[in-house]
Ligand binder design. Sequence first.
Ligand SMILES: NC(=O)c1ccc[n+]([C@@H]2O[C@H](COP(=O)([O-])OP(=O)(O)OC[C@H]3O[C@@H](n4cnc5c(N)ncnc54)[C@H](O)[C@@H]3O)[C@@H](O)[C@H]2O)c1
Length: 339
Amino acid sequence: MLRVGLIGLGGIGRHHLMRYRQAPEAQVVAVADVRAGDLRADADLAALLEAPAEDVRWFDDYQDLVTSGAVDAVDICLPTYLHRPAAVAALEAGLHTLVEKPMALTLEDCDAMLAAAEAAGRVLMVAHCIRFWPEYQYLADLVRSGDAGRLLSLQMSRQGQRPSGASAGWMGQASRSGGAIYDLHIHDIDYCQYLLGLPQRLYAQGGMSLGAEAGYDYVLGNLDYGDDRQVSATAHWVSVGLPFAARFEARLEGAFLRFDSSQHPALTVYRAEGDPEHPALPGPDAYVNEIRYFAQRALDGRAPERCRARSTRNSVALVIGEMASLDRGGLVDVAEWTV
Ligand SMILES: NC(=O)c1ccc[n+]([C@@H]2O[C@H](COP(=O)([O-])OP(=O)(O)OC[C@H]3O[C@@H](n4cnc5c(N)ncnc54)[C@H](O)[C@@H]3O)[C@@H](O)[C@H]2O)c1
């Protein structure tokens, strides 16, 4: 059993906490959050903890959690600008580390996290949930099997509400969240890299309609693999009443797949013969899948091949490349940032 300390119990931290109940390999036995006092008094939250309440340790300061000796691993769900300091502190304390996406805001920060994991000999994994999302995994399995021929075209998109008003906080500041290009768009850029490897070049278009402080809030990135495949991803933070949705359309030689998270069923597969299919995708959701995968790898002390930290570092590099393309106004060679 992996004893886990959850650091940051806000929006996604709460989602993670719920999923540990479906992860027999791991249990949350400690929580660190600057709001620990209030959170501890929240009965709804206490009910989500699997360990007996008297056995769960609470900390205001994550530094105290990582040196407490109470945990074998941490799950960092802090605002993005805190990923590096918290992950490096945990790794230096000898703890396996799961950290939310994006890995960090700069390549210098990502590389410091990679170096800390290497020095500690501990598992570092970035929680890119789309790599564990059943519909996206269905597409990955189909492409890798070759059963429907080559992938010719992949168009990905996602839209969410812009951070607004008093609740915008750190998320509305590009200096702390990176803006929509880091927070939203990176999901799809990372998936393209997971599925197809690094592109050779990229070209991005977009802008900062919400002002420079919020960063790039709309972006379209075209990834050039040096062959005939069309690969693109677009993302928006919108101010109109549009519910969150993630979508993709993938054309293979022998099939066409359409995914729309706002529809049920969400995935439709079209083939030359027969009616369109809605494949049954039983099993836990992506967050359970990623937490269980991390816990199994940490317990075994094996590298998380499905979501290597170096690869997720390269997803930050691709976003930085897109911003360079936006600034320069043309195609950029990704080798300038990737390793
Ligand atoms: N994978 C996904 O689908 C997904 C979804 C949402 C957010 N995220 C990522 O998760 C991270 C957190 O996002 P969120 O929306 O949950 O943020 P949030 O603001 O809702 O939660 C952050 C939590 O961290 C706590 N915190 C802030 N500073 C702290 C500090 N110094 N020490 C201890 N606790 C501190 C806050 O009190 C809060 O509870 C971001 O990197 C974001 O990009 C991922």
